[in-house]
Design a binder for this molecule. Structure first.
Ligand SMILES: [Zn+2]
Ligand SMILES: [Zn+2]
Length: 276
């Protein structure tokens, strides 16, 4: 498959303390795979340093921008975009606005990892909290309420890993449409795109984020798609993109979104021969 029409916009850097490889190494990998563009979207600084231990400090932000510049100069053949993965926190709007003004981004990614102060649901540290059917229902409900607000906010060019709470394999009973539909309606209203995040295939849930059912409702609604790896190491850039293109086509998408200076354009998905 020719990946020249695709971009990988969700990637990290060592500044977040749980990724490896410098941005230029990610860019080299993207070039090797034949991707059209690569973008960086490391976990943003928090308003207060020490908020958690998996993001850059405020004073490290200039270093982040610099490392993306280095990738641009060392790997000139590929377009290197600047983004940031920003946590949507309730009542966190002022900080999001400040972050948005801190650099000439090509795009901003909105994510929900926290459903309550100090409770990042994808952190294995809190695995004991997924103790039963009622707790799973409760966590999913809290997550999707925030995810819907994040989608509605209009702060972000696209939003990341929907259905993250399935990471360790926990899913509520019954039709999950009740969680998906409000978030999709909110993203539609704000014109926010949503990613297929291929990293889910490598977590306990063994499924991309979001589920096929979510993708079907999303494409039916006419929401724009982004395909992302969420790479935390250079070898994971563009991982499973062919599989993601096949899934995207199969669920009704024909294009994916590109971003430059926070303007969106749509590009046809690569031609694919997929076996289902
Ligand atoms: Zn991360
Ligand atoms: Zn994330």
């Amino acid at each position: 498959m020719n990946l020249g029409k695709l971009a990988d916009y969700h990637t990290h850097t060592p500044l977040c303390r749980h990724a490896e490889g410098e941005p230029f190494e990610y860019a080299r990998q993207a070039e090797k795979l034949g991707l059209g563009e690569i973008g960086f979207s490391d976990h943003s600084p928090a308003e207060q340093d020490g908020f958690d231990d998996w993001r850059m400090l405020r004073e490290e932000f200039p270093q982040y921008l610099q490392s993306v510049e280095v990738a641009r100069s060392k790997v000139p053949k590929i377009k290197v975009r600047l983004g940031l993965e920003v946590d949507y926190l309730e009542n966190g709007e002022v900080w999001i606005e400040q972050l948005s003004a801190m650099a000439p981004y090509d795009y901003l990614i909105g994510s929900v990892h926290y459903i309550a102060p100090g409770w990042d649901i994808d952190n294995p540290k809190w695995i004991g909290r997924w103790s039963g059917v009622a707790e799973i229902e409760e966590i999913w409900t809290a997550y999707w309420r925030l995810y819907t607000l994040c989608a509605k906010s209009g702060y972000f060019d696209f939003i990341a890993h929907p259905d993250l709470p399935k990471k360790f394999g926990h899913k509520p009973e019954g039709d999950l449409r009740r969680f998906y539909e409000p978030a999709i309606a909110a993203a539609l209203a704000s014109g926010t795109a949503i990613e297929i995040n291929t990293s889910g295939w490598h977590k306990n849930c063994s499924e991309q984020y979001p589920s096929r059912q979510f993708l079907e409702i999303m494409s039916e609604a006419g929401i724009d798609l982004v395909i992302s790896s969420d790479a935390h190491s250079p070898t994971n850039v563009g991982r499973d993109f062919e599989k993601a293109v096949c899934l995207a086509r199969d669920t009704g998408f024909t294009q994916s979104a590109r971003f430059e200076k926070r303007c969106k354009t749509l590009v046809d998905l690569p031609a694919a021969t997929c076996t289902s």
